[in-house]
Design a protein around this ligand. Structure first.
Ligand code: ZN
Length: 330
């Protein structure tokens, strides 16, 4: 493993096992999806499956993993063997550190575990609070969290946070504010719904998970009015653009445009759709979206169709005026 403060790598005493497990490329209407790796945001795409994992490591490690532990840890001399099982997940991630403390809470029948070292202890309350609050809120607004457990795991990285099925990595350093920690926790938990449950091709339609997770975090932070990002002046960047549109213009600020359109203006677009339809209709449509696409793969075309069907309205003009185009993927 590389020594790296990243999703896959080790740093200090922490081992991050994100995207370590080889998963099959998806074969769909486009054929095999073998799009290149993109380091900003995410560009992953995988189908759901069931994992049954036996993992042996040093006895001293504290292990957080996707899924639920089956039975007790088996110790043999200096080693420990764990058995995990996870159903309907798109990937299997782990995080290890012998210095982790663990705090647990629950919301309904969902168990939440927060992992942190002494240095990260000052953020444990914020992660627990945002964990409980966002699972309860998103279950109510979008559809019920479908797995028995969620791990919120502290680590150090160059990014803010990263979502994996039933496990989120929180990249904490000494300078994070409590509000930042709550907001990023809610964003990454939002991805349990948007990418984890309702899947998408993150390379072709990154807005389908990033704009939605950003909207979810603002909803949890009670800050929907703060979603005010303007669209880019360059009209060739769309909310529905694939990652390649932004990388083609990397030298003219394509990466900033990616953040502005996919995180900023995309989440504002969802909030304006909420205001256009009214809360009742909008969240009813989000539940319909959840039911239709749970554990599957969704597209922009599907989203527009379900919003129109549930609301009984023609939303063509709304989406076009917000630069959401179905033909970006055709
Ligand atoms: Zn995100």
């Amino acid at each position: 493993m590389p020594e790296l403060q990243d999703r896959f790598g080790w740093h200090g005493t922490t081992v991050s096992l994100g995207n370590w497990f080889p998963i099959l490329a998806v074969y769909d209407e486009e054929g095999w999806n073998t799009d290149p790796y993109f380091p900003y945001g995410e560009s992953f795409y995988s189908l759901t499956g069931d994992f049954d994992v036996l993992f042996t490591t040093d006895r001293s490690q504290v292990v957080a993993a996707t899924g639920t532990q089956v039975g007790k840890t088996i110790f043999h001399k200096d080693l420990a063997t764990y058995h995990f099982r996870a159903q309907n997940v798109r990937d299997f991630a782990m995080e290890l550190d012998p210095n982790y403390h663990v705090r647990q809470t629950s919301v309904g029948d969902v168990k939440i575990n927060v992992y942190y070292t002494d240095r990260q202890a000052k953020y444990a309350d914020a992660m627990l609070e945002a964990g409980r609050g966002s699972i309860a809120l998103f279950s109510e607004k979008f559809g019920k969290y479908p797995w028995p457990e969620l791990d919120i795991v502290s680590m150090e990285g160059w990014f803010g946070g990263m979502e994996y099925p039933q496990l989120i990595m929180m990249s904490l350093n000494d300078n994070r504010t409590q509000e930042w920690v709550k907001s990023v926790t809610a964003h990454e938990i939002g991805h349990q719904w948007f990418y984890g449950i309702i899947g998408n091709n993150e390379y072709d339609e990154p807005w389908l998970d990033e704009s939605f997770a950003t909207f979810a975090a603002a909803l949890y932070m009670n800050d929907l009015n703060g979603l005010t990002t303007e669209p880019t002046k360059e009209e060739y960047y769309h909310v529905s653009s694939p990652v390649s549109t932004f990388t083609q213009h990397a030298n003219e600020g394509g990466i900033n445009a990616y953040r502005q359109m996919i995180y900023g203006y995309g989440s504002r677009t969802l909030n304006e759709l909420r205001m256009e339809l009214g809360d009742d209709t909008f969240y009813r449509a989000m539940h319909a979206w959840f039911q239709a696409k749970k554990f599957g793969v969704a597209t922009t075309r599907d989203f527009i169709r379900i919003m129109q069907q549930t609301s009984g309205r023609d939303l063509h003009d709304f989406f076009v005026s917000h630069r959401v185009y179905v033909n970006d993927q055709e």
